[in-house]
Design a binder for this molecule. Structure first.
Ligand code: CP
Ligand code: NVA
Length: 318
């Protein structure tokens, strides 16, 4: 049972996180229409643009028999036209789950508090847990398992980095981040990860040493959605943290390259690295679909009350 909402990776026990990845792998291997969520509706309540999150949730819901509604910022005016809690209470009367993408994480928390239905974090300024579900599936596919691997993130200590930090002690990988001074990930999240596993997170300002021997080299944009005003300032600070072919040479020869996308090609990652045989970025994008399907099934399928629904029963019966 993974709880009513899915707001952060931190809320998951290790077996719940790995159970979701197992379900995602099974759903990928058995991709076909299901009627598991027939008659259910999911609202996608987005304050920021999206390609992968919106499309993967819409297709995932459809393939599970459910229906999605996309609600753009212009339609809802979350917190502006209408109080956040009131939006949650109204949607609870219509739909069976909300996937929310907001500027402020506190707005997703407020939605979850006021809603009677599951609320899923589809990205906030703080974290991007749905991304990491697809990423862990990708890593597992490439390496057979996740435990014992080293994942190095080069760039801004942002929402994606934070969700990776939360995943590290739960999925059993070592997380290193190389970032400029002042752009470190949230200190409290790092401390909580270190309290679970003191070896799970290392922070440095030296990309070459952080990448040395890594199995996965991950990067993301230097400025996230909502930080556009900082673009120029960040562009003067981050170039030493660009993922180039030279930097990738420091990693394990079998290393894969990951990026949550969208990429700003030529900024945080070169075309050469994006297109190299080591790049797993489009597998990552695909795996959002299978991961989001596993998440919706576990949160919304009637049988989910007993545990990871697909792991427990679907495989045996479908
Ligand atoms: N990675 C990701 O979440 O992409 P979108 O912003 O396009 O949804
Ligand atoms: N850090 C990026 C991730 C986009 C999927 C952002 O928040 O814009």
């Amino acid at each position: 049972m993974i709880g009513k909402d899915f707001l952060t990776i931190e809320q998951l026990e290790p077996d719940e996180l790995l159970g979701l990845i197992a379900d995602a792998a099974w759903l990928k291997a058995n991709r076909r229409p299901f009627d598991l969520l027939a008659g259910k509706s999911v609202a996608l309540l987005f304050q920021k643009p999206s390609l992968r999150t919106r499309v993967s949730f819409e297709v995932a819901a459809t393939e599970l028999g459910a229906h999605c509604l996309y609600l753009s910022p212009a339609e809802v005016g979350l917190g502006e036209r209408e109080d956040v809690a009131d939006v949650a209470r109204v949607l609870s009367r219509y739909v069976h789950a909300i996937v929310a993408r907001t500027f402020f994480h506190k707005d997703i928390e407020a939605l979850a508090r006021a809603a009677d239905i599951p609320v899923i974090n589809g990205l906030s300024d703080q974290s991007h847990p749905c991304q990491i579900l697809g990423d862990l599936l990708t890593i597992q596919e490439r390496f057979g398992s996740i435990r014992g691997l080293t994942v190095t993130f080069v760039g801004d200590g942002n929402n994606v980095a934070r969700s990776l930090i939360e995943a590290a002690p739960r999925a059993g990988f070592a997380f290193r981040i190389a970032c400029p001074s002042g752009y470190e990930p949230d200190a409290d999240a790092v401390e909580r990860a270190l309290n679970i596993d003191p070896e799970s997170v290392v922070i440095s300002q030296d990309p070459s040493s952080a990448v040395r021997g890594a199995d996965v080299v991950y990067t993301d944009v230097w400025f996230s959605m909502g930080q556009e005003a900082e673009r120029e300032q960040r562009a003067s600070i981050f170039p030493p943290f660009r993922l180039t072919a030279d930097l990738l040479q420091c990693a394990s020869p079998q290393a894969i390259v990951m990026h949550c996308l969208p990429a700003h090609r030529g900024e945080e990652i070169t075309d050469e690295v994006m297109e190299s045989p080591q790049s797993a970025v489009f597998d990552q994008a695909e795996n959002r679909l299978h991961a989001q399907k596993a998440l919706l099934a576990n949160l919304l399928a009637p049988q989910s009350a007993g545990g990871l629904w697909l792991a427990e029963s679907t495989r045996a019966t479908k």
